[in-house]
Design a protein around this ligand. Structure first.
Ligand code: FES
Length: 122
C-alpha cells in the first residue's frame, strides 16, 4: 500500500495545482464516486477551442485529488477532441503506480467528471 503514495502523488495532494472554481465556466461538472460519496468538480474555460483556464475542487482521498490535480495540468491548452480522447490508461500513466481495484474508481473520478461535463456541453 505504501507504494501507492509515491512522492509526486503526495506532492499533488499536498500542493494541488489549479484548485478552486471559475466564475462562469464554459464547461462545468460535479460528480461523485458512488462507493464513497467523494465529490470532484471541474470548471474550464475555452479560448479558440482550447482550454485556457481550468480549476478543480472537491473532497476526496489522496488518489482522487492527486489525479484531479494532474488531470487539470494535463488538459491545459488541449482541444475538446483531445480531452475526449483521454483514456483510463492515460490517468494510470500519470499516477504511475499500480492501483488496487478499490482505488481505480478514485483515480478515474476526475476523468469521468471531465468527460461528463464535455458531453453535457453539447
Ligand atoms: Fe473516495 Fe477515493 S475514497 S474518491
Amino acid at each position: 500500500m505504501e507504494n501507492l503514495y509515491r512522492e509526486h502523488i503526495l506532492d499533488h495532494y499536498g500542493n494541488p495545482r489549479n484548485q478552486g472554481t471559475l466564475e462562469s465556466p464554459d464547461v462545468t461538472c460535479e460528480w461523485d464516486n458512488p462507493l464513497c460519496g467523494d465529490v470532484v468538480r471541474i470548471d474550464l474555460n475555452l479560448e479558440d477551442g482550447r482550454v485556457s483556464e481550468v480549476r478543480f475542487s472537491g473532497e476526496g482521498c489522496v488518489i482522487s485529488m492527486a489525479s484531479a490535480s494532474m488531470l487539470t495540468e494535463a488538459i491545459k491548452g488541449k482541444t475538446i477532441a483531445e480531452m475526449e480522447a483521454l483514456r483510463d490508461e492515460d490517468i494510470f500513466e500519470m499516477l504511475g503506480v499500480e492501483l488496487p481495484p478499490s482505488r481505480v474508481r478514485c483515480a478515474l473520478l476526475p476523468l469521468r467528471v471531465l468527460h461528463k461535463g464535455l458531453a453535457e456541453r453539447r
